[in-house]
Structure formats: structure tokens, C-alpha cells
Design a protein around this ligand. Sequence first.
Ligand code: ADP
Ligand code: MG
Length: 388
Amino acid sequence: MSPPVIAPGATLGVLGGGQLGAMFAVAARRMGYDVAVWDPDAEAPAHQFAGYSLITPFSDVAGRKDFAQRVRAVTYEWENVPGELCEQLEREMPVRPSSRVLRVIQDRIEQKTFLRAHGLAVPGFYGISRPEELGRQTLLGYPLICKTATAGYDGKGQWTIGRAEDRAAVQQDLTKAFRPGSRWILEEYLSFERELSILVARGADGTTRTYPVVENIHQDGILRQTTVPADVPAAVAEQVAAMAREAVQALDGVGVFCIELFLMGDGRLLVNEVAPRPHNSGHYSLDACTVSQFEQQVRTLCGLPLGEVRLLSPAVMLNLIGDEVSQVTTTPGMQQLLSEPGAALHLYGKRAIRPKRKMGHITFLASTCAEALATARAFRSHQVLPNP
Ligand code: ADP
Ligand code: MG
């Protein structure tokens, strides 16, 4: 039996109002839906596109009732929304991806344990719940990376431990951050050859659509640049797509997912993490694909057929982080960027500029990746943005 379809005119709910929520709202509105955004930050970008905005804390009982009455289905723009809120909403309407999927993904230890149990290769890891356990003998050796099990993003809540002597300083940080229930994951720190990622959209009927494999460059744990398609052999791209589909199928996930992987020098592919939502490395799909990741999110949420995915052009996406946005938005900066053939500027409308805050992105379309990379590189040098 096909799942019920939510027809245009209905109101869709999104938890979280950052740029991902905003881009979801734009896609939903374009398809004739209204959108209710719940984010306690009144200045969160998605509120600008909301027919109804809720700015109370997620724990607000009256708010929960109000939100549930207004919306026909709910999705979220990042994984750090309360799982129990999704569970409560799910009793009344579809929440996609489900609260069960969210619970597995929200906790890095659970997520990696789940992936490994389903036969997907992941970096060596173990979980700890007390800072002192950092001193435990480890079979993983060094270097290590320590991450908060929950609520980390953009490299926040992460420490690298180069050698045994570095443990004391990190242990101090963990002790300071310790709260009842705190847990951390320790992973082997990999000298990977490349970081790759891929989007998978999966409908309630189990249909999946995979996007092309992309290559990502991160700095300080935050995404700087994405190139699509990734310059990898076809066999690697096929394996990435197969692993990504397997992960989403194992989760029985409905929605849009992004799978981040490490490609090792010896050809091994290890899953770094799975995001249960559209992803920064998939922003190219807004300008370079037949159907964007946000439109697929709307389609999966509403039980509509998933869009055929076709890459219309190679592309390079650059994030504008912190102050970089002010260089681009000067008159000469805008002159230069907007005169560039194939350049698409996206600004998130965030008022406060903070270091490491994602303020916008630019997608450079060109007939080859090499050309798009050269344009991006020239643009960065001109703007004195760091080149990765
Ligand atoms: P986040 O939720 O912040 O995206 P990630 O686990 O993806 O957390 O880590 C952010 C970045 O840090 C990764 O994209 C990668 O560049 C680096 N990183 C994470 N884990 C490892 C690892 N085990 N080995 C080497 N680099 C890593
Ligand atoms: Mg990541």
C-alpha cells in the first residue's frame, strides 16, 4: 500500500530554524506548502520563511500542543533537537526521519555501534563516560580524536590527542565540561586520503535516490569546500553509493540522509557519520541538480515520488564562514562575484557575524571541475579568503 500523500496547502513543521531549515522552507513554499518553524532563537534564518513561528523552548508544553495542532508532518534540520519531542509528535503525525532513527544517530557511540553491527566499516572507536577513562590503555594507539557523544557539530566538542602525553590536558577539558550523563567517543585519528560524502533520499515505500559522490575539504572540523563530482574511480563511487544505501536501509530511514566517509590510501572506505537531514556538502544540489536535497526532503516528508537525480553541471561550493561574508558583501566584492559566470551566492541572513559561524555559501558552476576549482581559487585569492 502506498503511504498517504500530504497535498500542497498543508502546513509542514520543521524543528530548528538555521539555514538548513530556511532552505527546506523555501523548497516547501515553492511546492505550495505552508511552513511552521520552531526555533527558540527568534533571529534564526528560517523564521523569515515561516507562515507560523514558534520561539519558545522545545520543552514548552503549550508550544508543543500548538505546534502539533498546526502541522500535518514534521521534519528537523539537524540532529540535536530533543528526541522525546519527536517521539511525542510522532504519536499524532509522521515525523521523518523517525524518532527511532534520530535516537540512533544523535549519539555518536550508538551510531557507530549500529553501523558496525550492520557490516559497515567505521574507524576504530570506543566510548567513555568518565574523563579518567581517557587514561585507560587503548588498543587503538595514537593519534586519537575525542568527540562529545551528543550535541557536537562543525567540529565543536572535539579534541585531538596526538600522543599519550596529550591526554592530561584533554582530560582537564573533559572534567570541566562534565555533566551527569556525559559521554565521549574516542576514535583512531585517520590520515585519510580524501573525505567524501553522498546524499541519499529514501521514501516511505523504500525507494531510494542517490546523489553523486562529492569531495569535501574541512578546516578545524568545519566544511570549507565541496567539489562535485568527486575525482574518484567509478568503482569507488559505486562502493560509496552502495554503502550509503545500506546504511539508510539498515536504519529504515525515511527522509534525506548524508553519509560522510573517509577514503584511505589503501582504498578502504570508512563511514565517518550519517546525518539524518540535508547537509552542507549537498548545497550544490540547489544550483547543480534537477532536484535539490531540500526538495527531496519535502517529497519524502509528504509521501510524494522522489525526484530523478541528475547532475546538470560540475560544481564547487565554498562556505562563507564568519567574517569572510563581509568581504564578499562589499560593493567591489559583490561586483566581482556576481559578474562571474556560473557563480551563485547564497546568504543566510544571519545578523550576528561570529567566528566559525556559517554565514552563506557560493556555488561555482563550470563545464569541468578543474574550471570550477580554478574560479573558486581565483575568487578566494582575490578576496583574501584562505585557500584550502
Ligand atoms: P561533526 O559532527 O562536527 O561534523 P565529524 O565527526 O564529522 O563531526 O568531524 C568533523 C571533521 O573532523 C571531519 O569531517 C574530519 O575532517 C575530522 N575528523 C573526524 N573524525 C576523524 C577521524 N577519526 N580521523 C581523522 N579526522 C577526523
Ligand atoms: Mg561531520
